[in-house]
Ligand binder design. Sequence first.
Ligand code: CTP
Length: 398
Amino acid sequence: MLKGKKILIGITGSIAAYKTITLVRLLIKAGAEVKVVMTPAAREFASPVVLSTLSKNTVIHDLVEGDAWSNHVMLGRWADVMLIAPLSCNTLAKMANGLCDNVLLAVYLSATCPVVIAPAMDEDMWHHPSTKRNLVQLVKDGNHLIEVGKGELASGLFGDGRMAEPEEIGQYLIENFFRTDELKGQKAMVTAGPTYEAIDPVRFIGNHSSGKMGFAIAEELYLRGADVTLITGPTSQQTNYKGITIKPVVSADDMYNAAVAAFDGAAIAVMSAAVADYKPVLASQEKIKKKQDEWSIELVKNKDILHQLGQQKKKGQFLLGFALETNNEKENALSKLKAKNADGIVLNSLNDKDAGFGVDTNTVTIFHQSGEEMKVALKSKKEVATDIVSFIIKHLHV
Ligand code: CTP
């Protein structure tokens, strides 16, 4: 997504500059081209030697370097996006008023690319009316604001004013400027995580699904341009992409209703949730006391969401299921593909090391109803999601 993208980073004098060092590394690792421009005060907080080494480019911190004039106009034209992080209270005020007493401000004033600002300051400065006024002006001028977070501040106080974390800033840039348009205008829905089937108000039947694979697929579909609805059972997973519509559910029945509603008009449906196969016939309204030595719970089968969507499926809708198997893996996966009228099925084998529940890696085989089969070697769930979405795009509308 960031490969070959040109990102110009402006750093001002703030303790949060240490986070920008990590951000530069993340962006370079993701394949972006990065150039850094600093205010004189910023050099007290982050070393130009570190930043030039990480960014693989000379850091610019003066309008005149040696005998040469630094061409600030061309920098703003070179970049796909300019990010000022951290943005101190002082530089924020100067930007809002069009001042130009250092190279970073000169670059900002001549930038023709979008400009993103990630402020960082102490809570009292952040809440000062003049800062608020300047911020409103900067947003009105067309700058994109990454909100500050709440937490421990350099002063030791706790409050608003923390610069967003490097990962969040990277994701903000991708979400707002670098999504591809491969799936633009297409709706996609993904189910993820486990479902909880209530026994009583405090107990449930659940499973070990972490939701990691489903979240990774939802994010990848979104980054390829789709409008994504993610229907998720209870999980600790989160996404920083604000454009993904999250529908939290608890039980298989909740997931069924949300999925059937979202499937209408969706071009893509990926059913990666580990839906509980059975639920208690009756969920007690009150906590069940341990009176008996033995206790059995009568269970009834849950509705099969994938099967239902397979029945509803219209031409042009691509339906992908998952199969988690321990034996006769291929045979079982193919019979699920057929029985549920899916277009493809992703086989997860519990026999594969470092794959499956909870871990960050996975290896799968994807089967298409045409007989095509694609093996995805062990890699991060994020990378597996990339391969799964590429497989979907290849087979969509053909
Ligand atoms: N699925 C679903 N609704 C259910 C059960 C499963 O949508 N009530 C979906 C899962 O999200 C997954 C696929 O169906 O995409 C898994 O198929 P399933 O036959 O349920 O697998 P298992 O539960 O592992 O079945 P079995 O125990 O028979 O192997």
